[in-house]
Design a binder for this molecule. Structure first.
Ligand SMILES: *Cc1c(COP(=O)(O)O)cnc(C)c1O
Length: 354
C-alpha cells in the first residue's frame, strides 16, 4: 500500500477539551478505487477535499454505504479497537444489498489498522471519548441514468469525538411515531445504506419540534411493534428481563453494540429475550409498574438511557423517574470497561493498535 504522509500534522489545532462529533479529522485517509471489475491497491493520503463530477451517481441516487467503529485510549495509554472485524463483515453485507462489490475482509482490516496506527495520536483519552472511524463506499460513475455503477471509491476517515450525548451518562427523551416509517419489509433497514438516514431526517426534526431528542421507530407495516430508536437499537427492562426486538423482520440494523450487550447480559445471568415487542406492551407495563428501563445501544452513543417516551401527541411514559437506571448503568460500565481496557477482555473483542 502506498502511503503519502502529511507535511505538517494538524494535531496541534485539535482542542481535546471541546471535540464535539466530527469537528476535527485525522491527518490521513485511506482511498481504494474500484475500476474495470477490480479493487485497486489502497493508498493512504493526507485528509482533504476531493474532486467529483456533478453527475456523480451517488449524489443523485445514494448508491452508498458506511460503517462506524471506535478506537479507545485506556488509562494505560493503549489504544484499542472494538470488534473491528464485525464492522468489515457488515460493510460487505451492506455492499451485497446495494450492488456494491465485495472487499477482501482480511486485507481491509490490515489497511484499517495501518491508518489508525498512523493517526493514533488523535485518539482522545477521557472516558466516553474516542477516535471515531468511518469507512464508507460510494458509487463513483459520472452517469445520470439509474443503474448499478461500474466504479466505486472505498474510503476511511477518522475523527476524534466526545461522548455523543455528553460526558455524563444521562437520560434522553424519545417520541414514538405512528406517522413516519424508517424501514419497510423487503427494504434496506437491515443495512447501513446512506439513503436510510437522509429519509429519516424529517421525522427526527418533527420529534425535535415536539420537544423530544430522538425518534422511536415502530414497524412500517402497522406501526404497532418497536423497531429502533434514532440510529440505535433499542432495549427494555420489564420484570427484570432485558427485552429487545428480534432481527428476523429484516427491518432492524444488527448492531455490534446490541450483540455485545446481549452477550454481556447473558454472561451476567440476566434474563434476556429477543422477540417482537408491541408498543402496547410497553404502555401496559408502564401502567402496571413492571416497566423499569429503556435504553438505546450503538457505537456512537454506546448506551443511551431513555427517561421519557412520548406518544399520541402529548402523552408521555416516564421511566425510572427520568433517571439512569441500574441495568443501563451496569451494562455501560461493563462495556466501557472492556473498551477502555479497565476490565479484562475475556472474549477477544479488543484489538490493540501499535
Ligand atoms: C449503526 C446503527 C446501529 C448500531 O449499530 P452498532 O454496530 O452498534 O454501532 C443501530 N441502528 C442503526 C439504524 C444504525 O445505523
Amino acid at each position: 500500500m502506498k502511503v503519502m504522509k502529511i507535511a505538517k500534522s494538524k494535531l496541534p489545532t485539535v482542542d481535546f477539551n471541546n471535540l464535539g462529533f466530527g469537528k476535527y479529522y485525522g491527518d490521513h485517509m485511506l482511498v481504494k478505487i474500484y475500476e474495470n471489475g477490480v479493487w485497486k491497491e489502497s493508498e493512504i493520503v493526507p485528509f482533504g477535499d476531493m474532486l467529483l463530477s456533478p453527475a456523480n451517481i451517488t449524489l443523485h441516487y445514494s448508491q452508498s454505504i458506511f460503517e462506524g467503529m471506535k478506537a479507545f485510549r485506556g488509562e494505560d495509554g493503549v489504544v484499542r479497537l472494538f470488534r473491528p472485524e464485525k464492522n468489515i463483515t457488515r460493510l460487505n453485507f451492506s455492499a451485497e444489498r446495494m450492488c456494491i462489490p465485495q472487499l477482501d475482509e482480511k486485507e481491509t482490516l490490515k489497511e484499517l489498522m495501518e491508518l489508525i496506527s498512523l493517526d493514533k495520536a488523535f485518539t482522545p483519552s477521557h472516558l466516553g471519548s474516542s477516535l471515531y472511524i468511518r469507512p464508507f463506499i460510494f458509487a463513483a460513475d459520472p452517469a445520470l441514468g439509474v443503474k448499478v455503477s461500474d466504479t466505486y471509491r472505498f474510503m476511511i476517515i477518522t475523527t476524534p469525538v466526545d461522548a455523543y450525548y455528553g460526558r455524563k451518562l444521562q437520560t434522553l427523551s424519545i417520541y414514538a411515531t405512528k406517522e413516519f416509517t424508517r424501514a419497510a419489509l423487503g427494504g434496506t433497514g437491515h443495512v447501513k445504506a446512506a439513503a436510510n438516514y437522509s429519509q429519516s431526517l424529517y421525522a427526527a426534526k418533527k420529534a425535535l419540534d415536539k420537544g423530544y431528542k430522538q425518534i422511536m421507530w415502530l414497524d412500517g407495516q402497522e406501526h404497532k411493534y418497536v423497531d429502533e430508536v434514532g440510529v440505535m437499537n433499542i432495549m427494555f427492562v420489564i420484570n427484570d428481563t432485558l427485552i429487545t426486538p428480534t432481527l428476523d423482520q429484516g427491518t432492524i440494523l444488527a448492531g455490534i453494540t446490541r450483540e455485545s450487550v446481549l452477550f454481556l447480559a447473558r454472561e451476567m445471568g440476566w434474563r434476556v429475550e429477543e422477540r417482537r415487542i408491541a408498543f402496547q406492551e410497553i404502555l401496559d407495563a408502564s401502567k402496571n409498574g413492571s416497566l423499569q428501563e429503556c435504553f438505546g445501544t450503538g457505537t456512537a452513543a454506546t448506551i443511551a438511557p431513555v427517561g421519557r417516551i412520548g406518544y399520541d401527541d402529548g402523552k408521555d411514559i416516564i421511566l425510572n423517574n427520568n433517571e439512569v437506571g441500574p441495568y443501563a448503568k451496569k451494562i455501560y460500565e461493563q462495556l466501557l470497561g472492556i473498551q477502555y481496557g479497565k476490565i479484562e477482555d475475556k472474549y477477544g473483542w479488543t484489538v490493540e493498535i501499535k
